[in-house]
Design a protein around this ligand. Structure first.
Ligand SMILES: Nc1ncnc2c1ncn2[C@@H]1O[C@H](COP(=O)(O)OP(=O)(O)OP(=O)(O)O)[C@@H](O)[C@H]1O
Ligand SMILES: [Mg+2]
Length: 376
């Protein structure tokens, strides 16, 4: 049986964010979308197959393609052809045949907010949410795509806790247009933090009373998401990431960006000894710790949920030497680096398991995206 939805219909739902379009879906056979995470330093692709409800996932395909440094700056695509070219190369090199993808956005053009609303019908809420959103969105309401999801309803008063998500229309259009030019169909545009949370939940047991900070450290942005069990409580994107470490090394050792990047990753061909780099990294770890502390303190102050009990790192920045140990010491909590493939079957005959494991933390967003299905 086939059904169709009009193009450009926004599918409402937390963690099913911005359903861009849906053509025809065979009911009962919803395939996973290909997750394509367009990061500022590289594009990451993951394709998964669900074995059947509750039977886990299998890795079908994955790949990564570096981007030139100036191609995406502060989340804005500066050099569209470089990004399109990289996506096409990634498709070719990984022999990707699927064209239906999910991608995500983050940063200053995305607003996520939990709001309280009085009891009302879905239709009334759809209307009211636009007015309510105006208070939280520092842009013209006409310039954003809005989505919302009811998180909780008070059983006695009927009052609602609603998750409001807004992303600048231009940003969403920019990403979908790039993907279209690379020959792909975008079925969903998600939010990086939501993807990280989804990737975490399929790989790790959650504790309903424990507050965990999911901290995804990219090259230019760090997505912080506080969760209590599976309930999301707070989101914040920091303009801080792996690039700050590289720039610190660049400054201190008078290197160019590429040399400093290689030195940071401990590559032998950088010609720089790790003992020269480590003191600089330790200094940068402290600076990152200060940034993260501001966010954790703000969370504690504004939500009354208590202190964070555990930190889970992901993103390429989580591979910076000593960072996990440093944060564990600073915050006095356990710090873990996420492996988003931990619970996913990775066939040893199709993939180099060592490569998958070495790159794993960078794939948190793309695994989260690859969990999305057409028409979900
Ligand atoms: N082995 C390593 N040691 C230290 N840093 C590393 C290592 N491998 C990758 N990184 C850093 O991780 C960052 C890239 O991570 P990631 O792929 O998660 O970012 P991105 O998605 O491209 O960026 P953003 O999300 O900020 O746009 C870069 O700063 C890179 O230098
Ligand atoms: Mg990223």
């Amino acid at each position: 049986m086939l059904y169709a939805k009009p193009l450009d219909e926004i599918f409402l739902g937390f963690q099913n964010f911005f359903e861009i379009r849906e053509i025809a879906v065979i009911l009962g056979k919803k395939k996973n979308l290909v997750g394509l995470d367009i990061g500022s330093s590289s594009i990451k692709m993951v394709s998964l197959r669900e074995r059947g409800k509750g039977k886990g996932f299998e890795l079908l395909n994955f790949g990564i393609k570096p981007l030139p440094r100036e191609a995406i700056v502060g989340g804005t695509i500066m050099d569209a052809s470089a990004v399109i070219f990289a996506i096409q190369e990634l498709i070719q090199e990984s022999n990707l045949k699927e064209q239906n993808v999910a991608t995500s956005v983050d940063g200053a053009s995305v607003i996520i907010q939990k709001i309280n609303m009085t009891a009302m019908s879905d239709a009334e809420l759809n209307e009211a949410i636009r007015w309510e959103a105006g208070q939280y969105i520092p842009f013209d309401i006409e310039e954003v795509r809005l989505d919302h999801e009811i998180l909780e309803q008070d059983p006695t008063t009927g009052n609602l806790k609603v998750l409001l998500v807004a992303a600048k229309r231009d940003l969403v259009n920019e990403y979908t247009s790039i993907l279209a030019q690379a020959g792909l169909n975008t079925f969903a545009v998600d939010i990086d933090s939501f993807c990280v949370q989804n990737a975490y939940e399929i790989n790790y047991p959650t504790n309903a009373s424990e507050i965990t900070a999911l901290v995804n450290i990219g090259a230019s942005t760090t997505n912080v998401c506080m969760v209590k069990g599976t309930v999301p409580l707070f989101w914040r994107d920091l303009q801080w990431g792996g690039d700050n470490f590289t720039e610190g090394i660049q400054r201190e050792l008078t290197l160019n960006f590429e040399q400093a990047e290689a030195a940071k990753e401990g590559k032998e061909d950088s010609g720089i000894k790790m003992e020269q780099v480590i003191p600089i990294i330790n200094q940068m770890n402290q600076e990152f710790g200060i940034e993260l502390k501001k966010t954790l303190d703000f969370f504690k102050l504004t939500t009354n949920e208590g202190a964070v009990q555990k930190i889970v790192l992901s993103g390429g920045g989580s591979k910076v030497p000593n960072l996990d140990r440093f944060l564990a010491q600073q915050f006095g909590v356990s710090v873990e680096v996420m492996n988003p493939f931990q619970n996913i079957d990775v066939s040893e005959s199709n993939f180099s398991v060592d490569t998958v494991n070495a790159l794993a933390p960078m794939f948190a967003v793309s695994v989260g995206l690859a969990l999305r299905k057409v028409g979900e």
